[in-house]
Design a protein around this ligand. Sequence first.
Ligand code: WT7
Length: 648
Amino acid sequence: MSDSAIENLYSEARVFPPPEEFARQANVSDPAVYEEADEDWQGWWEQHARALRWMRDWDATVEWSPPHVKWFVGGQLNVSDNCLDRHIDEGHGDQVAFHWEGEPGDARDLTYRELRDEVARFANALKGLGVGKGDPVTIYLPMIPELPVAMLACARIGAPHSVIFAGFSSQSVVDRVEDADSHVLITADGAYRKGNVVALKDNADKAMNMTDLIETCVVVGRTGEDVAWTEGRDHWYHELIEGQSPDCPPEPMDAEDVLYILYTSGTTGKPKGIVHTTGGYLTQVAVTHRLVFDLKAESDVYWCAADIGWVTGHSYIVYGPLANRATSVMYEGAPDHPGKDRFWEIVEKYGVSILYTAPTAIRAFMKWGSEHPEAHDLSTLRLLGSVGEPINPEAWMWYHEHIGGGRAPVVDTWWQTETGGIMITPLPGITATKPGSAMTPFPGVKAVVVDEEGKAVPPGGGGYLTLQRPWPGMLRTLWGDDERYQQTYWSRFGPEIYFAGDGAKLDEDGHIWLLGRVDDVMNVSGHRISTTEVESALVDHPLVAEAAVTGRSDPMTGQAIAAFVTLRGDRKGDDALAAELREHVSERIGKIARPANLLFTDDLPKTRSGKIMRRLLKDIAEGRELGDVTTLANADIVSQIEASSKEE
Ligand code: WT7
């Protein structure tokens, strides 16, 4: 965020108390909940763990030997049992779990019973393919019902899943398959995106040609493309589940058994495998989903418009909502296909009452114009959520007025892949919200903004966001790399303090304003991409000698990727090569990592010890005034880069 944007945040004086009518019916309406949870944070989480169905009670609530934690030690449960069977046993088998809406306009409703039966069939099929407890299964699927089915089938038999966003490249699949040592891949023939078909099985085949780890590939038929087929390895999903029994007893899992691995970008080129376990994770996603979104299982229609390929979808499309017996909308495609009112058409069609989306989407809707939401009946909406990046007050206000009709509270929720669930957020029946602020830690969470030395800053101060007490949905380690786990999160301020990597400020009332990453991680449209990852992808191209990448602020996507590239030999850069390099990054990582700007330069600004001055490049990319550059080894290159950057 630019300095002036940050200044604007603090002049934000608008406050929106919960509408009386909303507060009266809210799941939490007594602010005493904060004190209660603070006094006995273990008891607070434990009370919510009790809402789940356990097969064996736990012996200890928390074991905290910093920086490693265990929750509900000795307890046993199964996530798929809690998300499906429990509700059926309580008489809700006919309630719709998902109103699934395909991008081309096809639709399918799945009740809790239908979902359980399909999950059990597929779980039996996986067993038949030799998948057992503890075997990591890679899932590379678009937003179709078989995606949550596959995740829940894994959870049912105790196989950790590793979901890879369908927009990722085959190289990304290889990296993740190898890191997880996974032998099973679940994919689809194709995926619909903006009316086009993405050849997903093709990507998967490319990946399987680059690694010999995958022995079994399950293919869901979605688009009906012709696909290449490897006999013995490839199996059609529909053939596999045909004739399988819908009876598959859920495997009793220890609270600390791994539920899933989800890869996310860090400050190096190698993605980190975030490890989430069973009991604590399910507890946190369930209670946050129920209290932050004020969910009423009987009457709400809840829609989280994220992709399940990211943690938002894991926690708030699949596990949280299903644990709470929500009726959800799940949408396959793009927000502007076939028209720019597709979201509002869906809200009207299903009577959506709770909507959870990202600031980048909200800013796109603003740009497309309020006539699109105005053309639809959005009166069922009663609560709006935001996640993924700081929401600027203008977008917050537009969301509140044009989507929420001025009556629906807006909850800006801060959390990360690592935290598993929401950590900083308003509670909609209690909190008087300020546009642009995530406000307060969720009850039981201890979030502290600290200075360089790790000292808590007073109201009005700014610094780094830390978490100073373990929470149940916390990542347990990085898959296969506990050293990096300790180094990344628990070394900056010591092993008892979690360093989130975000800058934050406290306002005079002690409310938290998130300011974006303080490390080499960019946030593009709410997605985390590391500068190093993009640099490695560029340098991997035979013509590239050196590359430096930085995020610059962008009015639509939050940040956009700016790349500075020097070429080998006397090769001169031109538009065609720039396009080729962008495409190269897209192939290596995925479309989301494609640089918005790519500038060829004869050299990169370096310190005398040879370090690339990324901060300077950031200032150039942002069009900021540059300070003193005379300490650089090659100061003259700066003016050259500056000049060509302005030409762009
Ligand atoms: C990073 C985590 C959590 C699901 C989506 C992203 C940024 C996330 C907010 C928010 C300001 C936010 C942070 C964080 N972020 N939500 N409400 N306000 N910033 O998950 O890919 O793990 O990224 O997203 O910078 O560290 P993720």
